[in-house]
Each structure stands twice: as structure tokens, then as C-alpha cells.
Design a protein around this ligand. Structure first.
Ligand SMILES: [Fe+2]
Length: 206
């Protein structure tokens, strides 16, 4: 499962066709069976039921670096105007400044097929700018898997972070949407996996 690699967020006339490609990829990736997601991240089969993982929650894509805030604003406008997209929300990345020394933005949306998708972009500066595009894609793109209860998210993250070469990247108990979630990173591949218990969201299914 290779995420698409993009050096920079699309600008100008590239925005709409590239957004369509990202959405096509994300809709396709939403059909990935959970055992495949687990196997690709851990490099070994793990039983989803035993871990109390109930399904795939979202797919997150790194859409490339931005240089200027105006480029991000233009991109956001394109996303909001896209007829295939609904429930758009956005905010500043919490992980990028702390873990990678650069600011970033997330955009959360739902496609017309009902799939939840996150789009990430970070500002091209300092050491982040020197990382290869493939590495940035690995570090920011991820699958989010549903956990059956909020209280199980942290214990499961801690258990999985005890595996060789896996560490806990972030944990957030109940954000403004009522989501409890955390991220694991695999040190040899720079891949990231998210575990989430989704709270009730206004205007959509939990
Ligand atoms: Fe995520």
C-alpha cells in the first residue's frame, strides 16, 4: 500500500485535477481490508478482533509542502468548492510543529461515497524542507482504524508501542469532536498508524 507522493501542494490550474486524483485514491484506499493495513504497518499479521479494532475510520494523505499561507488558502477554497466533498473542517497540525519543527494544516472531509479523508500539508522550511518527499509522505499519510471504546485506545497504543521498532507519536483523549485517538510510528519505515474512537459528529454518522 503505497501512498501517492507529492512534493508541493498544487497551485493554479493543477488544483482541481490533482484534488480529483487524491479523492480517487482515498476512496479506493477506503476498501483496504483491516488485516492488510495491520500487516503493512507491523510487517506481521495481527488479529484485529483480539485488538478490538472494528474497521477503517479514515485515510490521511500528505498532499505536499506549501510555501505561503495564501497557497494553502487557495487549496482550501478548491476543496470546499469541490462537488464530491462535504463536511469540510480544518485546523493547525498539532504533530508537525512538535515532532518535525514546522507548522502544518489538516483538512478533514467526507467524500460523496461517505468516506472520511484527511489531507495534510506542512510548510516547506528548515529541516523539514530537506527531508525526501517519500519520507514526508510516510510520516504524514496514514490509515486511521476504529477502536471499540475510548478507554481502550491508550492501553492498545501502549501495548503496540512495546513492539520492537514501534513508538508512540501522539495521544489525544477526547478532542472537540469527542474523538479519542493516537498515532504510532514505525522507526525503520517512517510509517504511521492511527487508532481512533470516534465520538458523535453533528450532521453525520459517528
Ligand atoms: Fe488521522
Amino acid at each position: 500500500m503505497l501512498f501517492p507522493v507529492s512534493e508541493a501542494i498544487p497551485t493554479g490550474a493543477d488544483r482541481e485535477p490533482v484534488l480529483e486524483k487524491f479523492l480517487d485514491w482515498a476512496d479506493g484506499a477506503h476498501d483496504t481490508p483491516v488485516p492488510e493495513v495491520l500487516g503493512a504497518f507491523f510487517g506481521q499479521p495481527l488479529d484485529a478482533r483480539t485488538l478490538r479494532i472494528t474497521g477503517l475510520h479514515h485515510v490521511a494523505l500528505y498532499i505536499g509542502d506549501y510555501r505561503h499561507e495564501a497557497d494553502f488558502e487557495d487549496w482550501l477554497e478548491t476543496v470546499r468548492a469541490c462537488p464530491r466533498v462535504g463536511h469540510v473542517s480544518t485546523g493547525p497540525s498539532h504533530i508537525a510543529p512538535r515532532a518535525y519543527g514546522t507548522p502544518g494544516h489538516w483538512i478533514n472531509l467526507r467524500t460523496d461515497l461517505g468516506n472520511e479523508v484527511e489531507l495534510f500539508t506542512c510548510r516547506r522550511r528548515d529541516i523539514w524542507a530537506e527531508r525526501p518527499a517519500e519520507q514526508k509522505t510516510s510520516l504524514m499519510s496514514h490509515f486511521g482504524l476504529c477502536i471499540d471504546s475510548p478507554g481502550h485506545v491508550r492501553p492498545l497504543l501502549d501495548f503496540l508501542a512495546s513492539f520492537d521498532g514501534i513508538r508512540l507519536l501522539a495521544y489525544a483523549p477526547a478532542d472537540e469532536l469527542g474523538h479519542t485517538y493516537g498515532h504510532l510510528v514505525r522507526e525503520d519505515t517512517d510509517r504511521v498508524l492511527e487508532l481512533v474512537h470516534a465520538g458523535a459528529q453533528p450532521g453525520g454518522p459517528a
